[in-house]
Design a protein. Structure first.
Lengths: 326, 158
């Protein structure tokens, strides 16, 4: 059985203290719910001398619904997020995405921050150490060749968190704490298209909160494809936020997960706004989604399947929200 | 590095010297000898290690023992009182909800967590609450039957 590496465990009570501890100990990692980090530590996918448990930081807890936006602490559990009546009513994509993560027992521990900072995934990486060793490792960890694209200089491991695409479609921003103070980023700026360096966090920076604007007149939803109806990561996930004005589309945002190294906001949808959502528009939408994703052989489900299924998933969800908004 | 962990396990307040990197699962099984909680996988895949932390079902293999300091942990060993099985335990026994038994403690603790917040769940709600717990023996039907029977037994007793 895999063994947990040795580490020291610290439990600061403020975000500033956490950041300072991280800066004083170069080989440290933040721990939130632990449902990604602890299995990864046991499987040899992460190494660390110090674990900084964020569970004692009051600032990271809680959901606040203001007049024009919702403020969600990064330490909020996905169970609490999915069960919040204001979020289910105002931001259905967010509640649906939180509910689509792993299984119910995971969601009691799993946090929003951990979900947004989740390690990228690949079928050559999320394996035991003996498996990876027998396969001579890969570029993301301990090796120098990418098994998915052997000539590639980059890693294509897929970002597979369910909540990020919902928050992208809802136009969220994130609050970040570092040793030099605080900053705010649009969530779209928080990710890089790189399986080995997918977060725009500088070393030791902490994600403190997410802010989501409330947009009256918009509806939203999230749907994912997975092998089983629970537990499994998305083979592909699609979030949509849509506004309808009579027979015309008044606004549309789509974001995907599991099909690129970052959660991917689909570009070019503005061309559909102001038009009726007819067959031509839906065909155009499918094309834009396909153009915006980069599914690679990172899952056991094939690339052609995920390339075919993702635009259809988007089309179905857009059609449903459009019809419901009539 | 070991340090003192203050925690209540199955109703008993304890202070134990526990390593920083000890999982709640290892603390319960190896530290306290509470081997009813099972390890079925190498992390987060199966639900066999489900216990209640402050009344909510959590995976003991994805939780550090020190992360639940000052909290309350309940395991399968805490359910029977004076040799009397809990209604979920009795229902699993009577309705064949257990075969090899490996998944059973996790199933029962996940179901116990559900019944505490929702005493009269319908079958779909039960299914959803147990969606993170795998069983390779029963085919799940008898597990759902067992939880439903426990719900019914609770209603008759009330
Ligand atoms: C069997 C299984 C199935 C799963 N299925 C899914 C799924 O379907 N969809 C899905 O999205 N996820 C899934 N997960 C992954 C994981 O459970 C969730 O993504 C969860 O939300 C991670 O949150 P956490 O709080 O447990 O993160 P942790 O494990 O505590 O942390 C994850 C990473 O984020 C970093 N981190 C955490 N919080 C912060 C912060 N505030 N600031 C900076 N860095 C931070 C940590 O250092 C770590 O690197 C699954 C996991 C398992 C084991
Ligand atoms: S995409 Fe390539 S480098 Fe990245 S994890 Fe997979 S095999 Fe490794
Ligand atoms: S032992 Fe399998 S989920 Fe914990
Ligand atoms: S009874 Fe054997 S695993 Fe469920």
């Amino acid at each position: 059985m895999p063994v947990m590496p040795d580490f020291e465990l610290l439990r600061p009570d403020s975000a500033e203290a956490a950041v300072a501890l991280h800066a004083s100990r170069p080989a440290s990692r933040y721990l939130a719910g632990g449902t990604d980090l602890l299995p990864n530590l046991r499987r040899g996918l992460a190494d660390t001398a110090t674990v900084i448990d964020l569970g004692g930081i009051a600032e990271l807890a809680g959901i606040r619904v203001d007049a024009d936006r919702v403020h969600i602490g990064a330490g909020t559990t996905l169970a609490a997020l999915a069960a919040h009546p204001g979020i289910a009513a105002e931001l259905p994509a967010l509640a649906q995405a939180a509910l689509a993560v792993a299984g119910p027992t995971h969601r009691e521990s799993a946090t929003l921050g951990g979900n947004l900072c989740l390690d990228t995934r690949c079928r050559y990486y999320n394996q035991s150490t003996p498996w990876r060793e027998a396969n001579h490792y890969c570029m993301k960890l301990e090796g120098d060749v990418c098994r998915v694209a052997p000539k590639s200089k980059r890693c294509y491991a897929a970002f597979s968190g369910d909540v990020a695409p919902a928050l992208l479609a809802l136009d969220a921003e994130v609050d970040i704490v570092g040793t030099n103070g605080r900053r705010t980023l649009a969530l779209a700026e928080f990710y890089h298209d790189d399986g080995m360096r997918w977060l725009a966090l500088d070393r030791g920076e902490l994600l403190a909160a997410v802010r989501v604007p409330l947009a009256p007149g918009w509806s939203s939803g999230y749907e994912k494809l997975r092998i089983r109806g629970a537990i499994d990561f998305p083979l592909s996930g699609v979030a949509v936020a849509l506004a309808r004005d009579g027979e015309r589309l008044a606004g549309l945002r789509i974001a995907c997960t599991g099909v690129s190294s970052r959660p991917e906001r689909i570009e070019g949808l503005d061309a559909l706004v102001g038009q009726p959502l007819d067959d031509a528009a839906l065909a155009q939408l499918e094309k834009l989604v396909l153009r915006g994703i980069q599914a690679m052989e990172t899952t056991t489900a094939s690339v052609p399947y995920r390339r075919k299924a993702t635009p259809i998933l988007a089309r179905r969800l857009v059609t449903r929200l459009w019809t419901e908004a009539a | 590095m070991k340090s003192v962990l203050r925690i209540t396990v199955n109703g008993r307040a304890r202070e134990d010297a526990v390593a920083a990197n000890a999982l709640l699962l290892d603390y319960l099984r190896d530290g306290l000898g509470l081997t009813g909680t099972k390890q079925g996988c190498d992390g987060g895949e199966c639900g066999a290690c489900t216990v209640l932390v402050d009344g909510r079902p959590r995976l003991a293999c994805c939780t550090l023992a020190h992360s639940v300091a000052d909290g309350t942990v309940e395991t399968i060993e805490g359910l029977a009182h004076n040799g009397r099985l809990s209604r979920l335990q009795r229902a699993f026994h009577e309705h064949l909800g257990t075969q090899c038994g490996y998944c059973t403690p996790g199933m029962i603790m996940a179901a116990e967590g559900l019944l505490r917040t929702e005493p009269r769940p319908d079958r779909d709600t039960i299914r959803t609450a147990l969606a993170g717990n795998l069983c390779r023996c029963t085919g799940y039907v008898k597990i759902l039957d067992s939880v439903e029977a426990a719900v019914q037994a609770g209603e008759e007793a009330a």
